[in-house]
Design a protein. Structure first.
Length: 529
């Protein structure tokens, strides 16, 4: 007996080490990695791209009260988010670091809240996989340093989930009612989809209880009626509804009158209630963008998602519906054509998908019917699941995620500009150039903006005949100038860029050119005599 004691102690020590690694070691390392890559991307201080610039100009040029009015440049953002952004600019100055600080704080908060949610809902192994996916998610990393509200949407969705999960009980204290009501009431001012998350989470709590009580209505009376739950929650719901109603009347209703935004959102919604092609296509596309899987990785992620739903529904049905309900409500809202289920607009759903995907890691440990070979396959599937997110995320530790890069372009232009030079800025580069012009010493009279409102003449991804004629006529007004700088910087409408370059290469002499690294920002110098 004594000879076996050291082996038993060694085995227990190994178990304790493994448990500590799963509970604290690996989650801690993954959180450090996730925080580091987000801070590094923020520190790169990349140039604002066109969509960021358009929102930034609203933030900079408006008063707090004017945020209640529809924004210029076809932008829309919650009033609370805009006010925090305005305060950051006033406190820290008008620059990228100030504008991106609140999205960064939101992104870091979302990572920590996501880790807490995973640890509460999943087994230690499942939580590790979930934290790994959250930490390495390319979309969550990117939007943590973009001047848009999407990382705030994620943080608020997770905060609401944790708060409402903590009050899934029959008897609520006064402090729980006040706290829950206050958090939800404030959240809707900072995040458009917060109301969908609130609706989904509460529905996932009340509907199963109503169904259970209906099924047992002929049996012995229940000790606690579901209606008592609802009555206890009425003050919470009243706070949410009053806050959202006021927010809708003074802000959302006006923002929804933007025809351009409405048209853009309509294209992302199903045509009718029976449009299953849209549903299947949208769900599949969601695994590509914003979840970040591609090629074979999409199939692996979908398989893990289905397995995760199976595992969590089997062992913790309440937690399964907690995670699935915001997704279902968001799809229903898209069918109602109220809000799109599409890419960055649905970024707030990414943690719910990722936690359900990570729950697949629990399948192999909770179901004794699986053979050893099947469990090995499950481990291999989990490893395959994690390869692509880390493959995409690790390079972000050393290189910025560019879209447009106006800083290098403007610096080059400032260095090589000569008195008398003409600067032609394409219409799609207008706001980017205007934002940076003063910083680099260029006044409004120093540059010429290209033909306006080109989008109204054709599709977003191509140049119509009307656009072509107007653009070429606009370029001809520059004829006779020996040095004309042409600024082309936009992630869309590349056909317009090709048109301008092709025309000038055929009709003028190119003297110089510059392309910002890893971006769609171009600068050309032509002799148009």
């Amino acid at each position: 007996m004594l000879s076996k004691r050291p082996d038993a102690l060694s085995f227990k020590s190994t178990l304790r080490s493994r448990d500590w690694l799963l509970a604290y070691g690996l989650p801690g390392l993954l959180l450090i990695l996730g925080i580091a890559v987000r801070l590094i991307q923020y520190s790169f201080n990349r140039s604002l791209w066109s969509d960021e610039v358009k929102l930034a100009l609203n933030i900079i040029n408006r008063s707090y009260g004017e945020f209640l009015e529809p924004l210029h440049h076809n932008q829309a953002a919650p009033v609370g988010f805009l006010m925090v952004e305005k305060a950051m600019v006033q406190l820290l100055g008008n620059h990228e670091y100030a504008l991106r600080l609140f999205p960064l704080i939101s992104g870091l908060t979302a990572l920590i809240l996501g880790a807490l949610l995973a640890k509460r809902l999943l087994s230690p192994l499942g939580a590790v996989v979930a934290i790994a996916l959250l930490a390495s998610s390319e979309s969550l990393i990117y939007y943590s340093s973009e001047v848009k509200q999407y990382s705030t949407d994620v943080a608020i969705a997770l905060l609401l989930t944790l708060v409402l999960f903590s009050i899934r009980q029959s008897d609520l204290s006064r402090s729980q009612q006040v706290w829950s009501g206050l958090v939800g009431a404030i959240a809707v001012w900072f995040s458009y989809p917060a109301v969908f998350v609130l609706a989904g989470l509460e529905a996932s709590y009340l509907i199963p209880r109503l169904w259970t009580q209906w099924q047992t209505r002929n049996q012995a009376p229940a000790e606690h009626h579901v209606l008592q739950d609802i009555c206890q929650r009425l003050p919470i719901y009243a706070a949410w509804l009053l806050s959202f109603g006021f927010f809708y009347v003074i802000s959302v209703r006006q923002a929804s009158n933007n025809d351009t935004l409405e048209s853009s959102w309509d294209r992302r919604c199903p045509d009718n209630l029976w449009d299953l092609d849209w549903l299947i296509g949208s769900l599949k596309h969601f695994f590509v963008n914003p979840l970040g899987f591609a090629s074979v990785g999409v199939g692996v992620a979908i398989a893990c998602f289905l397995l995760g739903c199976y595992a969590l529904n089997r062992i913790e049905r309440d937690r399964f519906w907690l995670l699935l309900s915001p997704i279902l409500v968001s799809i229903l809202v898209a069918y109602a054509r109220l809000y799109p289920f599409y890419e960055r607009l649905s970024l707030y759903l990414v943690p719910f998908f990722l936690v359900l995907i990570a729950a697949s890691a629990q399948t192999w440990s909770i179901d004794g019917r699986f053979s050893r070979l099947a469990r090995l396959f499950g481990i291999a599937l989990t490893v395959a699941l994690l390869i692509q997110p880390f493959w995409n995320a690790l390079p972000l530790l050393v290189q910025p995620s560019y879209r447009e890069a106006m800083h290098p372009l403007m610096s080059y232009l400032q260095t090589h500009y000569q008195p008398g030079d003409v600067i032609y800025v394409s219409e799609k580069s207008e706001y980017q150039f205007m934002y940076y012009a003063d910083r680099y010493g260029f006044k409004p009279n120093d540059y010429h903006i290209g033909a306006n409102n080109l989008d109204s003449q054709g599709a977003l991804d191509q140049v119509s005949e009307q656009e072509r004629d107007r653009t070429l006529a606009d370029l001809e007004t520059l004829r006779g100038n020996p040095r004309v700088w042409v600024v082309l910087s936009d992630v869309e409408l590349r056909d317009e860029m090709k048109l301008v370059r092709s025309h000038l290469n055929d009709t003028a002499r190119k003297l110089d050119q510059f392309q910002s690294p890893n971006s769609t920002s171009f600068l050309y110098l032509y002799d148009l005599r």
